[in-house]
Write a protein that binds this ligand. Structure first.
Ligand code: SF4
Ligand code: F3S
Length: 104
């Protein structure tokens, strides 16, 4: 599966939802997550994310993000249509540890 990681938080560009063939993105207030049981590992979303927030779970050190994506994909609503990113998305791009403060 692929996972959404910290740099999505408050960037939330949503380009990813447009390309996912199985519509497996779920939306919180400040970030999206991928449903691990629905993702077919096609990889097309990874290069589409302007914040480079999407990673394959074959990369080391992503255990936390696997847990986050699995937990919130079950709680948040499905998103299939891209909207405008937040006005200040660029200002948040690259800031560290955004999830700890603004995960929802
Ligand atoms: Fe969707 Fe493919 Fe990305 Fe999985 S890897 S979330 S199936 S676009
Ligand atoms: Fe987030 Fe990147 Fe999608 S910033 S909403 S994972 S395009």
């Amino acid at each position: 599966t692929y996972v959404v990681t910290d740099n999505c938080v408050r960037c939330k560009y949503m380009d990813c939802v447009e390309v996912c063939p199985v519509d497996c993105f779920y939306e919180g207030e400040n970030m999206l997550v991928i449903h691990p049981d629905e993702c077919i590992d096609c990889g097309v979303c990874e290069p589409e994310c302007p914040a480079e927030a999407i990673k394959p779970d074959t990369e080391p050190g992503l255990e936390k993000w696997l847990t986050v994506n699995a937990e919130y994909a079950d709680k948040w609503p499905n998103i299939t249509v891209k909207r405008e990113a937040p006005d200040d998305a660029k200002e948040w791009d690259g800031k560290p540890n955004k999830f700890e403060q603004y995960f929802s």
